[in-house]
Design a protein around this ligand. Structure first.
Ligand code: FES
Length: 171
């Protein structure tokens, strides 16, 4: 059964007819042609498709499109503002934080969502202090980004890029 849904993607209002079994990832990529969202494992394991859904990072391969009618989706491309790269984009370039680049849009979206979670005081599995805002150490960044895999193994530079965008210097 098809349903018409509306998605606000990177500031654009888009409507699309989707089968009720269509994932949000397939609605974005296959139906709406938004290729800045990448399909990796399609099983919620690699993080390549990460987007911000109503401001929170999600893997849209595990979300049904019809469940998010009316929602806002921000892709890596949508993080750029007024034609200028987002600070995370600039940091990834400066730190050479990619090789093939397939995971990069998901890494950037995940990092943007992760930094907001940290600002909101959310602890991670490695946070020692569960009350109050934990310090954003490199260990915290590694843990909080552990859902985003990089088949090229660019982790060192990815963590360095996020740390630089977040102005983290301490271990
Ligand atoms: Fe190739 Fe991450 S840069 S998978």
């Amino acid at each position: 059964m098809d349903s018409e849904i509306v998605l606000h993607v990177d500031g654009r209002r888009l409507s699309v007819n989707v089968d009720t079994r269509t994932t949000l990832l397939d609605a974005l990529r296959e139906r709406l042609g938004i290729t800045s969202v990448k399909k990796g494992c399609d099983h919620g394991q690699c993080g390549a498709c990460t987007v911000l859904l109503d401001g929170r990072r999600v893997v849209p391969c595990l979300a049904l499109a019809v469940a998010h009618d009316g929602s806002s989706v921000t892709t890596s491309a949508g993080l750029a503002q007024d034609g200028s790269p987002h600070p995370l984009h600039a940091a990834f370039v400066k730190q050479d934080a990619l090789q093939c680049g397939y995971c990069t849009p998901g890494q950037v979206c995940s990092a943007a969502g992760m930094l907001e979670e940290h600002r909101a005081g959310w602890p991670s599995a490695v946070s020692e202090n569960l009350l109050g805002c934990p310090e954003l150490t490199l260990q915290e960044i590694r843990e909080r980004m552990s859902g985003n895999l990089c088949r090229c193994g660019s982790y060192g530079n990815i963590v360095a890029a996020i740390a630089s965008a977040a102005e983290v210097t301490a271990e």
